[in-house]
Design a protein around this ligand. Structure first.
Ligand code: 13P
Length: 253
């Protein structure tokens, strides 16, 4: 069975001491909980805090993710961080194609595909974000948009590599807006994504891929979202910055 995953995307938040305090609180509260064995908690801090976060990592339920990676192997790319660097720090996951990177830094499906390749080459698991903006939703184009993102970002992979990937459906109109997709809206797209995967790779592979929901997910709505058959957890922004809220979501399965 596929894993249940809650991943916290801290985005560009917290200073060193704040990050340390937040990690301490998260770990303290996590240790008090008995998580089901198939649950995985991932924290994706900014690059400077990866090392302190990986001090808490264990092989069972707490893992570390980066928020971005270069699409190049190495060399004269000032300011970039390579997959080989992340691999050498034993980072497990990396977010790719977040809508903020697509909107503000010109990341395309082609860049996403190149970053996915870099990560897989270095043994990291990509968390690939897809999702439509408000105008696309209003024009009922969400299926077409998500299909293109999934196909162009992932369908060059063989089945073995695809199975290392986690997909996050994050409708852009729900990110940081307090406006969550309804469980029905989210389930509809998650099911659609799984159908696309099944058509290309077969049911067995499609059923192994965790598909997370992201967009104003909080303790109060996580339970009903996670109860949907094709929603395998969440990629959490704002609510991952407060230990209590984050743990509230982690325990919502
Ligand atoms: P919020 O949870 O703040 O809406 O952000 C979601 C997100 O973008 C996670 O990657």
């Amino acid at each position: 069975m596929r894993k249940h995953i809650v991943a916290g995307n801290w985005k560009m938040n917290n200073t060193f001491n704040e990050a340390d305090d937040l990690l301490n609180s998260i770990m303290e509260q996590l240790e008090e909980k008995e998580l089901p064995r198939d649950t995985q908690v991932i924290v994706c801090p900014p690059f400077p805090f990866l090392e302190m976060t990986s001090d808490y990592a264990n092989d069972s339920y707490f893992m570390v993710g980066a928020q971005n990676v270069s699409d190049q192997e190495k060399g004269a790319y000032t300011g970039e961080v390579s997959a080989a660097m992340l691999e050498s720090m034993e980072i497990d996951y990396c977010i790719v194609g977040h809508s903020e990177r697509r909107a503000y830094y010109g990341e395309t499906n082609k860049t996403v595909a190149a970053k996915v390749d870099q990560l897989l080459k270095h043994g990291l698991k990509p968390i690939v974000c897809v999702g439509e903006v408000l105008e696309e939703r209003e024009a009922n184009r969400q299926f077409e948009v998500v299909k293109q993102q999934v196909e162009e970002g992932l369908f060059h992979l063989d089945a073995e590599h695809l199975q290392q990937v986690v997909i996050a459906y994050e409708p852009v109109w729900a990110i940081g807006t307090g406006k969550t997709a309804t469980p029905e809206q989210a389930q509809e797209i998650h099911h659609y994504i799984r159908t696309l995967l099944a058509q290309k790779y077969g049911d067995a592979v499609a059923n192994e891929i965790s598909i997370l929901y992201g967009g104003s997910c909080k303790p109060s709505n996580a339970k009903e979202l996670f109860a949907c058959p094709d929603i395998d957890g969440g990629l959490i922004g704002g609510a991952s910055l407060k230990a209590e809220d984050f743990i509230g979501i982690v325990t919502a399965f």
